[in-house]
Ligand binder design. Structure first.
Ligand code: COI
Length: 361
């Protein structure tokens, strides 16, 4: 299928203050729109960002058949924008789509559309360290029908948004609490897919946590309410003694791309990495016996986010709240160094896009 391109006649970029970027509030000039019906993707068009129309009977609204991705592009220099691990994001998008009975996207088209969006909107990629262009691919059911069944029609969009830090804390430690009454995912459910409904279902417990002064919920497993799973917007890591421990991917945890990068780098630094079940009691015990050195989250939006406090059933453990731990700092510096093209990418994670051609247009 040929990618069609219709450029905007007027950029909106001067309307925005790039020194004060809130996460996900403003959107760049162009977006991708693909339409699926009659058993195939019919069209792929990059066009000016703007409203889309749909009928009230659109199935995604009723039955939540919707999946998305979160990825980022980084300013390397005036000629080059670095996409981070786009092939891995593509693979995860298709895994999520399969789980929700949705059509897959062809890899070459996904990459071509991203490269073209970068060429058209490269001036929207913010230049400061800590900032990036957040990329949000999203697919949803568009058939107009109220029967509870798999939709025959879909839209796939890619929109992009210049962003700063995800949490208002920036790179300062966040505060987490477990939830007594709610769970994020159950075995056999959609927890490992990036399904829109996973997020909607987490908002009530997240709001309850925020009312009590916590940043996010630290999710525990649904069966025993004992084992740590993830934070919902990021995966979680514990540095206990000299081991780096993270919950293993057992079907209820999102397989984070940043998680995978953290594990690869830690192993390269000869750190003993354990992907296994870790109970919240083990975390509190490690804190009591002085072996819990650091806790941090890892995700595309959050990058590396140090954790300063964990609350669980009336008990609170605090790490050094003023400081980012040296391991999390080294991880942040290394990952962002690779993403911005300042450190050598020995893993093939960075996909550089030469945007010079459109600068000269
Ligand atoms: C991401 O890290 O990209 C996410 O999808 C988390 C979130 C903003 C929903």
């Amino acid at each position: 299928m040929k990618l069609q391109i219709s450029k905007t006649s007027q950029t909106r970029i001067s309307e925005f203050d790039f020194d004060n970027l809130e996460f996900g509030r403003i959107f760049s000039d162009h977006m991708l729109e693909m339409v699926y019906n009659n058993g195939a993707w019919q069209s792929a068009e990059i066009k000016p960002y703007g409203p889309i129309t749909f009928e009230p009977s659109m199935m995604a609204l009723h039955y939540g058949q919707a999946v998305f991705e979160g990825m980022k592009a980084y300013y390397a220099n005036d000629d080059t924008i670095n996409l981070f691990r786009p092939h891995d994001h593509h693979q995860r998008l298709n895994n999520s789509a399969r789980r929700l009975c949705m059509p897959e996207i062809e890899e070459s088209l996904f990459i071509e559309a991203l490269e073209e969006l970068m060429r058209l909107d490269h001036t929207w990629v913010p230049k400061k360290h800590g900032q990036a262009l957040y990329i949000r691919p999203v697919m949803f059911a568009t058939e107009e029908y109220l029967a509870a069944k798999v939709s025959e029609e879909y839209k796939f969009l890619i929109i992009t948004s210049p962003v700063g830090a995800y949490y208002s804390e920036g790179f300062n430690p966040v505060k987490l609490t477990t939830s007594e009454n709610y769970v994020r995912a159950v075995k056999g459910g959609t927890g490992e897919a990036k399904a829109a409904g996973n997020y909607g279902g987490s908002f009530l417990p997240a709001r309850n946590a925020q009312k009590k002064g916590y940043t996010q919920v630290l999710w525990l497993d649904a069966n025993e309410h004992k084992y740590v799973e993830e934070v919902g917007t990021m995966n979680i890591f514990f540095l206990i003694g000299d081991k780096l421990i993270t919950p293993k991917l057992s079907g209820t945890v999102l397989p984070g791309i940043t998680r995978r990068s953290v594990i690869a780098l830690a192993k390269e630094w000869s750190v003993d990495v354990e992907e296994r079940k870790i109970s919240i009691d083990e975390v509190f015990e490690a804190d009591s016996n002085g072996t819990l050195k650091e806790v941090f989250g890892a995700g595309t939006a959050a990058v590396i986010s140090p954790v300063g406090l964990i609350h669980h059933q009336g008990q609170t453990l605090t790490l050094d709240q003023e400081k980012v731990g040296p391991f999390a700092k080294k991880m942040f510096d290394t990952i962002t160094g690779i993403q911005y093209g300042k450190l050598k990418d020995t893993h093939g994670w960075v996909h550089p896009v030469n945007v010079r051609s459109s600068v000269l247009q």
